[in-house]
Design a protein around this ligand. Structure first.
Ligand code: PMP
Length: 434
């Protein structure tokens, strides 16, 4: 499967052929390499609102939103304006600037459990740093992560990893040494007895449990209330910290993230994506007594030349202020439910076995008869069928995640008409899959 003659992508193919000579696999991040659907990645030129335009001039309705950040749609006027004004003042200081205070205050105001925060440059940096702080704070080495969850390319977390690591078949990467991962314990998502067993065996050595509060990185997988409750209870009982990785869900499933939606009380939270409004920012924060262990308040080292970058910070501030002043969450729920219902109806009509999972504007259509609860069940999906679905939609101007194991994202710029057009196209594609 690699598209058909419905759309001319000649320039895209030429540019990607050149890219393959210049960059490993032609990309700067594997999730965009189309490993899960085959064929050449589409090369993009510009974006506006809910739409992407490729280098051949084809237009697509965008359902990845840069894998999460673009909740307001592309080039929201307020964000564009903030970035332009920031660029007129400075590109980087490497010294304090007032925008850092404003963004930190917004994060602290909006995310219930965050009392103090540190800005970094990516989600990976956020999780890497949160793990280090948890270890420094507790004086313990062990961490628990769940199979199929992805927390960026942190060495100690690249074990049974989701996202592109799962799509491309390298959940455990070469180059990550046994020494680095010997303290990483793998849990099963939504499996409370297994978690209890891990703590019964290793409880006194575990510094932290890190988890995705709604998984996006094995497709969208929803946590059970019992699982969320036991995460908090077990970590508290054993003196381990709970790290809620909200890089994807933060400001997405509600303005206060999944912790607000579900009433989770983590010790530390990691953020990325929306917090930078499409510019490179990550953040980690939480209990002040824990965060005060970070240098120079405390002794846990963590740094960054470009951290708190004024242009990235301006994009983050504009995005969060817009979300706070004009919350899109009710609207997102409405159009996302519309997409879910339409896809379910058409897939059923075409006799395609499917399960749709959704939390707010995160959604996955699994080509499977099993409702995914964990990596074991999620990985039973028909990925060949997903590839045909992906290309069928791409050829109709709809850009879905290029893997069964990634959630799609809907933005406030999507209209009910965009959603209807998507359902109509999906109906056509489903008929070709049966
Ligand atoms: N944590 C989660 C839950 C993520 O989804 C991602 C990226 N998809 C990361 C961490 C890593 O973020 P980044 O790609 O910005 O390093």
């Amino acid at each position: 499967a690699s598209g058909n003659a419905r759309m001319n992508r000649e320039k895209s193919q030429q540019i990607f052929a050149k890219a393959k000579q210049l960059m490993p696999g032609g990309v700067n991040s594997p999730a965009r390499a189309f490993g899960g659907v085959g064929g050449d990645p589409i090369v993009f030129d510009r974006a506006e609102g809910a739409y992407l335009y490729d280098v051949d001039g084809n237009k697509y309705i965008d359902y990845i939103g840069s894998w999460g950040p673009m909740i307001l749609g592309h080039r929201h006027p307020r964000v564009v304006d903030a970035v332009k004004r920031a660029a007129d003042r400075a590109f980087s200081f490497g010294a304090p600037s007032v925008g850092e205070n404003i963004l930190a205050q917004l994060i602290i105001d909006l995310v219930p459990s965050i009392e103090m925060v540190r800005l970094v440059n990516s989600g990976t940096e956020a999780t890497m740093s949160a793990i280090r702080v948890a270890r420094g704070f507790t004086g313990r080495a062990g961490i628990v992560k769940f199979a199929g969850n992805y927390h960026g390319h942190v060495d100690s977390l690249l074990v049974a990893a989701g996202s592109a690591a799962a799509t491309l078949g390298v959940p455990n990467s070469p180059g990550v040494t046994p020494g680095t991962t010997q303290d990483t314990h793998i849990g099963r998502y939504n499996d409370v007895p297994h978690l209890e067993q891990l703590f019964a065996q290793h409880g006194s050595e575990i510094a932290a449990v890190i988890f995705e509060p709604v998984v996006g990185n094995m497709g969208c997988v929803i946590p059970s209330p019992e699982f969320l409750r036991s995460l908090r209870e077990i970590t508290r009982k054993h003196g381990a910290l709970l790290i809620c990785d909200e890089v994807m869900t933060g400001f997405r499933v509600s303005i206060g993230g999944a912790q607000q939606l579900y009433g989770i009380e983590p010790d530390l939270t990691t953020l990325g994506k929306i917090v930078g409004g499409g510019m490179p920012i990550g953040a980690y924060g939480g209990r002040a007594d824990v965060m005060k262990h970070v240098l120079p308040a405390g002794k846990v080292f963590q740094a960054g030349t470009l951290s708190g970058n004024p242009i990235a910070t301006a994009a983050g501030i504009a995005t969060l202020e817009q979300l706070r002043e004009t919350p899109p969450y009710e609207y997102l729920e409405k159009i996302s439910a519309q997409l879910e219902a339409g896809l379910a109806r058409e897939a059923t009509q075409a006799n395609i076995p499917h399960v749709i999972t959704r939390v707010g504007s995160m959604l996955t259509l699994f080509f499977s008869s099993v409702r995914p609860q964990d990596w074991e069940t999620a990985s039973q999906s028909n990925t060949a069928r997903y590839a045909s679905y992906f290309w069928g939609l791409a050829d109709r101007g709809i850009y879905m995640p290029c893997s069964q194991y990634e959630a799609l994202f809907i933005s406030a710029a999507h209209t009910p008409e965009d959603i209807e057009a998507t359902i109509r196209s999906a109906a056509e594609v489903f008929k070709t899959l049966a």
